[in-house]
Design a binder for this molecule. Structure first.
Ligand code: ZN
Length: 245
């Protein structure tokens, strides 16, 4: 068995084909930019996209994935419900999931959160500063006090998510808003990290610090154990002496 962490970068891969501005920033597609940006000796990184058969996420692929990275936006509705159920099952079994940016509205993130996952937004070239709230956490390894992005889409509170198990980053935007932009959750045996930056018209997935956070999150979220759910009728280990008293 490989010692490496098996990472699957999943991308909708539509904006890059339909929008010249996005195509100019990510001619190879955001999935390949992210995969290339996080490559390391301990990671075995592959990619999959929406328009592949079964969205590139067959049972075999999911079984062999330790961490799934998800970027989607305009075509959330086209993601097959069966696939969403399978991904959810794998997360509950122990697979890691990293949801990027507009993935806040993906079927899989909403299914795992159980809330609307809505927020305020604006595309107006706001400067974004992501403040590091957890300098001792593995996800912020090598990151200083903050990450600054010269221009990004604004996401503002209130972000309708359950209370995160751990809040890693809070973003400040030039227009005055704040946002919980790095959030850890556990669901079943799986770890989930939501990371806000990454609007398609900005070169955010070329930023070394952003890529470092994603790589760190992959290692944090990687499968630690795999337990398939069962709900057994269970016999007592000791004789229950109080029975029928
Ligand atoms: Zn966006």
């Amino acid at each position: 068995m490989s010692e490496k962490i098996n990472v699957m970068v999943w991308n909708e891969y539509r904006h890059e084909k339909l929008n010249e501005k996005v195509k100019a920033i990510y001619p190879e597609g955001m999935h390949n930019a992210i995969a290339d940006g996080i490559k390391a000796k301990d990671l075995n990184v592959k990619t999959a996209t929406l328009d592949e058969p079964e969205h590139g996420l067959t049972d075999e692929v999911l079984k062999n994935t330790d961490v799934l990275i998800w970027w989607g936006h305009r075509a959330h509705g086209e993601v097959n419900d069966e696939t969403v159920k399978k991904v959810q099952k794998r997360v509950l079994e122990g697979m890691g999931l990293i949801v990027l940016h507009s993935g806040h509205f993906s079927k899989i993130f909403k299914a795992l959160m159980g809330t609307n996952c809505s927020l305020k937004w604006r595309v107006a070239d706001d400067k974004e500063r992501l403040w590091n709230l957890a300098p001792s956490h593995p996800i912020t390894k090598g990151i200083g006090d903050y990450i600054e992005l010269p221009a990004e889409e604004m996401y503002g509170e209130r972000f309708d998510i359950p209370e995160p198990d751990k809040l890693i980053f809070v973003s400040w935007f030039e227009g005055g808003e704040v946002f919980r932009s790095g959030c850890c959750f556990e669901r079943g045996n799986g770890r989930i990290f939501y990371f806000r930056p990454g609007h398609e018209t900005y070169p955010t997935f070329r930023n070394e610090q952003i890529l470092k956070v994603i790589g760190n999150a992959v290692r944090w979220a990687s499968t630690k154990i795999t337990i398939t759910d069962v709900c057994p009728n269970f016999q007592p280990l000791e004789k229950i002496s109080s029975k029928n008293k």
